[in-house]
Design a protein around this ligand. Structure first.
Ligand code: SF4
Length: 220
């Protein structure tokens, strides 16, 4: 099973490397399929690769990546213990925003990665990945508020993008408070998956606890 999952993720990465479904592959140096633990409890999803990510073929390796690494250390995690990826796997030119048709073209790869890894928590970084699960959400209003789905049991957790926090240091304290809540959200998902007393005591104090079925969340 371990080898199966690793091989399946490698196959997705190979497909991404050969992908021409949208124009973004044009002019890039490397595809950036994502990296981390195939059995991670948390997947972080950002927007798209930037300059340094394109150069190295790895997600979040520039200043934003350094800050994400710092944030993970706050909760005693190394990058290798989570899985980090983006909604588009090739760098948009000049670091522009990914376009809706590009995100849709790339969606299947991210869906497949999530289905294989089966994380407890999907933590979105910024508005483009947030829109997959909170299509009407405003990041300034919903950051740090987990939303639980029941089939399968999973939590969606919207966070600011690390680059936005670096641009606006006033967000730093909020971002770090949001990160500190991740372990309790993972624990809550595990408890729900084990079927122990779902929906009553032990929830994170400010959980929205919407218990949305997965079908409602696959809006993108
Ligand atoms: S961004 Fe995604 S859909 Fe577009 S070429 Fe790259 S892998 Fe394919």
């Amino acid at each position: 099973m371990t080898d199966d999952r690793v091989a399946a993720l490698k196959k997705i990465a190979d497909e991404i490397a050969a992908c021409t479904r949208c124009p973004l592959y044009n002019g890039t140096t490397h595809p950036v399929p994502g990296a981390g633990d195939p059995f991670a409890e948390i997947i972080f999803i950002g927007e798209g690769p930037g300059y340094y990510e394109d150069q190295q073929g790895l997600p979040f390796v520039g200043r934003s990546g350094d800050y994400l690494t710092y944030l993970l250390k706050l909760i005693d995690l190394e990058r290798e213990q989570v899985f980090i990826t983006n909604v588009v796997k090739h760098r948009p030119p000049n670091n522009r925003d990914p376009q809706p048709d590009e995100i849709i073209a790339c969606k299947g790869y991210l869906d497949d990665q999530i289905a294989l890894i089966q994380p407890a928590v999907i933590a979105t970084l910024g508005r483009f990945s947030m829109a997959r699960y909170f299509p009407d959400g405003k990041i300034s209003q919903i950051h740090g508020q987990p939303k639980y789905a029941s089939e399968p049991v999973i939590a969606y957790y919207p966070l600011f993008h690390p680059a936005a926090v670096l641009r606006n240091p006033n967000l730093r304290r909020t971002m770090e408070e949001d990160i500190h809540r991740l372990p309790e959200i993972v624990a809550e998902v595990k408890k729900r998956r084990s079927g122990s007393n779902p929906g009553s005591s032990g929830k994170p104090a400010s959980s929205k606890d919407d218990d949305l079925p997965m079908q409602q969340l696959k809006l993108f």
